[in-house]
Design a protein around this ligand. Structure first.
Ligand code: BV8
Ligand code: ZN
Length: 264
């Protein structure tokens, strides 16, 4: 039976884990942006806005029909242009303000809402809707969320550009992935928010926090899961808070601030 979603004792346990942590990492998925009005990937049963994943989120799909892929990504850019961060994003930014550079947000999301809520140390392991990448000259451009054509061109060389997004079957950006792994190896507590934990290697970071003591690094860290329901990651969770992230995270942060103030 999943823990009672808002049992004060569970909120307090999660807050106490954070209050006794030196370093904190967060792994977020589409669920942290759900209350902002960004559709999650899973809720559509693997169909994204009516498209099959292989048609719109793989290099093969892009090679076959770049127009369709750009229509898909332009629609998501247009959606994200209309939304704002929700209390979950802001609560995490408050935690980061407390921990400073000992706090890392590792996000699978491509919507930029963590940064919009004030988060600074954000690792976008699956890329960003805001950026395009040129397969010809390599230029990566921040195009904001302006409306792009369905065949956008490189600002440098004029050739066709692709979204700067990691598609299925593609490797994650090595430098960002390296930092994400380090954050998982170093953190005392990992908060896992709004992810079904089925997409690898991102989901593998949760096991890293729990298993690292086997190879003599640090002791295993604590894992706090925040989700509407149990997931593939729940077996690793030391405390599970099953209710909307926009409700749960502000409660955890409020209790955290109390505990930290009392400790002074
Ligand atoms: C790699 C960018 C290999 C796109 C994404 C067969 C063939 C090819 C590959 C594979 C294969 N089998 C396995 C793989 C590996 C594959 C993979 O893991 N597939 C899965 C589906 C089995 N991974 C890859 O391909 C990765 N690359 O492996 O490369 C390689 C290795 C070496 C050398 C060369 C190559 C690349 C994966 C990245 C794919 N790109 N995104 C885009 O976004 O446009 S991932 C995509 O899925 C989204 O980014 C999204 O983040 C992710 C879905 O995960 P979630 O974020 O968790 O979202 P989801 O909707 O699933 O869940 C939402 C959760 O929130 C739910 O649990 C829900 O309950 C909860 N929720 C909802 N509302 C709320 C809430 N929680 C709290 N509050 C709420 N209000
Ligand atoms: Zn170019």
């Amino acid at each position: 039976m999943a823990d009672h979603p808002l049992d004060p004792a569970l909120i307090r346990r999660a807050a106490a884990m954070l209050a006794t942590s030196e370093r904190v990492a967060v792994l977020t998925g589409a669920g942290v942006s759900a209350e902002s009005g960004v559709p999650t990937f899973r809720a559509s049963d693997g169909l994204w806005e009516g498209h099959r994943i292989e048609d719109v989120a793989t290099p093969q799909g892009y090679a076959k029909n770049p127009l369709l892929v750009w229509q898909f990504y332009n629609a998501r850019r247009a959606n994200v242009a209309t939304v704002t961060p929700n209390p979950a994003h802001f609560a995490l930014a408050v935690l980061e303000a407390h921990f400073g550079d000992r706090f890392t947000v590792i996000t699978q999301n491509v919507d930029g809402l963590h940064q919009q809520a004030g988060a600074k140390n954000v690792l976008e392991v699956h890329g960003s809707l805001r950026r395009t990448r040129c397969p010809n000259c390599g230029d990566v451009a921040d195009r904001g969320l302006e409306t792009l054509s369905d065949k956008p061109e490189c600002l440098k060389c004029g050739r066709a550009v692709r979204p700067d997004i990691v598609w299925f079957g593609e490797t994650l950006p090595p430098d960002i992935w390296q930092k994400a792994q380090e954050a998982a190896e170093e953190c005392d507590t990992l908060i896992v928010v709004g992810t079904s934990a089925v997409v690898y290697p991102a989901a593998g970071l949760i096991g890293v926090v729990k298993r690292r003591s086997q190879w003599g690094a640090k002791l295993a860290g604590d894992v706090i899961e925040v989700n509407l329901e149990p997931t593939d990651a729940s077996a690793h969770a030391d405390v599970g808070l099953y209710a909307p992230a926009g409700v749960v995270l502000p409660l955890v942060v409020e209790k955290f601030k109390e505990l930290v103030a009392d400790a002074k």
